[in-house]
Ligand binder design. Structure first.
Ligand code: IMP
Length: 413
């Protein structure tokens, strides 16, 4: 099995967790390389609905190890809560390994995110992600490896908390962190070596991206982005592994959503947006916020393909489009009287972009749970083929409902 990357092609929430879980049926390792507990990957299987924020989705399979690379902003309290929830669902303990170079998200990070107004201005997930990455770049962050020495851990905590003017109980934070270190001591170390050895040993490997291309710190809709590298390039950035990928799966919904602030050209503030939100259950897995909804945007999707070099697409939540007379797809923008087919760098340009739509026939039939492409209504098949032509790559997965089994695999899928 070649190494596979699964990357969000939109603003996150593309149902990557489900695609990763599907691909990991036959993989031995699933690696997270970016983001943190801001991610919300949902997997619905026979044991219930698992809401994962830090645990790699593939690690729900007994034979698949989950690795958290150094590019992940690791919230120890969040990880422990998540593992407890999985245990409460009666799931086997995931086989997890943590990079000792991963930076910790600490209580003062959340505090600072509120205090400096970033949480409201960007509409963040309020998980302390931005401030944790800020401390990392400013070379004052604390990493998993720093938990080894209690004295320097306390000093480090005091210093970083003072810089943030955080007045919380440092002793309690330190005690929690030491307990965390003990719990994970045998599962912490050089993740780069672990992943490289697994690749050399021929293990099937899936790199699970968090968030999406349009939220990438550099290539997304800056400044309305997250603070990590969410594209395929995040794999080297967040693991230190030079991997030759056999497949890069771009995941896109059959429509578009966004949470938080920032431009969204095809957003529909009327009945269609409401219909997509209700039909797709578009409420955040991490924050419960209602997601902004609109039609699929090919300008953005082609841009994401250009950035990541997708070998294929997973088109998720196609079932949500059932029952519409016609389905629209953005194919260009009008910005200040000019027709634009390239995704602009300026958030301001995008905010004023008026989308140009191609309208395709819709389909009446419910398609939830269908697992065979030829069983889809003709109009749904045409919609999928049209997207393949427009982007120039095959659609190898189609999501037809929330359950882990509601997926059509085509070709290699
Ligand atoms: P942060 O990552 O919490 O700093 O939030 C920055 C921006 O990224 C906000 O617009 C968030 O709503 C968005 N964001 C972060 N993580 C996710 C995600 O997993 N899905 C969708 N949006 C996200």
């Amino acid at each position: 099995m070649p190494a596979i990357a699964v990357i969000g092609a939109q603003w996150g929430d593309e149902a990557k967790g489900k695609v990763v879980h599907h691909l990991c049926r036959t993989a031995q390792m699933c690696v997270r390389f970016n983001g943190g507990a801001n991610a919300g990957h949902t997997v619905e299987d026979a044991l219930g609905t698992a809401r994962l924020h830090l645990v790699p989705s593939g690690a729900l399979h007994a034979g698949c190890r989950g690795v958290i690379g150094h590019g992940v902003a690791l919230d120890p309290w969040g990880l422990e809560r998540e593992l407890d929830e999985l245990q409460n669902q009666g799931r086997p303990k995931p086989n997890l390994y943590l990079s000792d170079r991963a930076h910790l998200v600490l209580p003062h990070h959340r505090w600072r995110e509120e205090a400096d107004g970033t949480a409201d201005h960007i509409g963040t997930t309020r998980r302390g992600i931005g401030p944790a990455y800020e401390d990392r770049v400013a070379r004052r962050g604390l990493r998993v490896a720093d938990l080894a020495d209690e004295r320097s851990l306390r000093d480090g905590l005091e210093q970083t908390a003072a810089q943030s003017r955080f007045k919380g109980d440092i002793e309690r934070v330190a005690a929690d962190l030491i307990r965390f270190r003990e719990r994970f001591a045998s599962r912490t170390g050089n993740a780069q070596e672990l992943i490289t050895a697994a690749l050399r040993g021929g293990e099937g490997m899936v790199f699970e991206g968090a968030q999406g291309t349009l939220l990438d710190l550099d290539l997304g809709t800056y400044p309305y982005v997250t603070s990590s590298t969410t594209t395929v390039h995040g794999i080297g950035w967040g693991t230190g592994v030079r991997v030759s990928l056999g497949r890069v799966v771009g995941v896109s919904k059959a429509y578009t959503t966004r949470v938080g602030e920032g431009p969204f050209p095809t957003e529909d503030l009327g009945a269609i947006g409401e219909r997509l939100r209700e039909g797709g259950g578009e409420y955040g897995a991490t924050t419960g916020r209602s997601r902004r909804c609109g039609w699929l945007d090919l300008v953005a999707l082609r841009y994401a393909h250009g950035v990541n070099g997708f070998t294929e697409l997973a088109l998720t939540k196609l079932d949500v489009l059932s029952g519409l007379d016609e389905v629209a797809v953005g194919v260009g923008y009008r910005i200040g009287g000019r027709i634009v087919e390239r995704f602009p760098a300026q958030a301001e340009d995008l905010a004023h972009a008026e989308p140009l739509y191609e309208r395709l026939p819709g389909w009446e039939e419910a398609i939830a749970g269908i697992r065979d492409f030829t069983a889809l209504p003709a109009a749904a098949q045409r919609f999928v083929r049209w997207i393949e032509e427009q982007v120039g790559i095959p659609v190898t997965f189609i999501g037809t409902g929330p359950g882990a089994q509601a997926i059509i695999g085509r070709g290699e899928g």
